[in-house]
Each structure stands twice: as structure tokens, then as C-alpha cells.
Design a protein around this ligand. Structure first.
Ligand code: ZN
Length: 76
């Protein structure tokens, strides 16, 4: 009998990836120039990525109050 020859369960299992990533907007929101509206109606801010290791900047978001007016959204 070769007991112990084959191990089905390893001693070190990989850590289960948890849903710990969270995207949120940072507090450093600034007004920006919208080339479509030709006005400072665009807001830009950092997108913070919350990970178990800390907070990282994932990118930037931008939103124009005129181009992307929420009132223009179709009614459901
Ligand atoms: Zn715009």
C-alpha cells in the first residue's frame, strides 16, 4: 500500500478572494472644462479603490451637469 503517495488536499490552500473591493469617489472633486458645453460644468474626481491592503486610486470619474442631466433619463 502506498498510503500517502497521493495527496488530494494540499497543506496550503489559496486564500479565497473575498468581495472586498469597493469603488468610491474621493473627496477631491473639482470643476472641469466640458468641451461639449464649453463651460466649467464638468465635475471630476478620483475613484478610490478600497482593497484589503489599503486605498488606491483606480482612476478618475467625470460628470457633466449639462451633458448628463439625470432629468434626461427615460422614465421606467
Ligand atoms: Zn457638458
Amino acid at each position: 500500500m502506498n498510503a500517502g503517495e497521493h495527496h488530494h488536499t494540499g497543506p496550503h490552500a489559496p486564500p479565497a478572494p473575498g468581495p472586498a473591493l469597493t469603488l468610491m469617489s474621493g473627496g477631491d472633486v473639482r470643476e472641469g472644462w466640458c468641451t461639449a458645453c464649453k463651460a466649467y460644468s464638468r465635475l471630476t474626481g478620483p475613484v478610490l479603490l478600497l482593497t484589503p491592503g489599503g486605498v488606491a486610486t483606480a482612476g478618475t470619474w467625470s460628470w457633466c451637469a449639462i451633458c448628463e442631466d439625470p432629468q434626461e433619463a427615460p422614465r421606467a
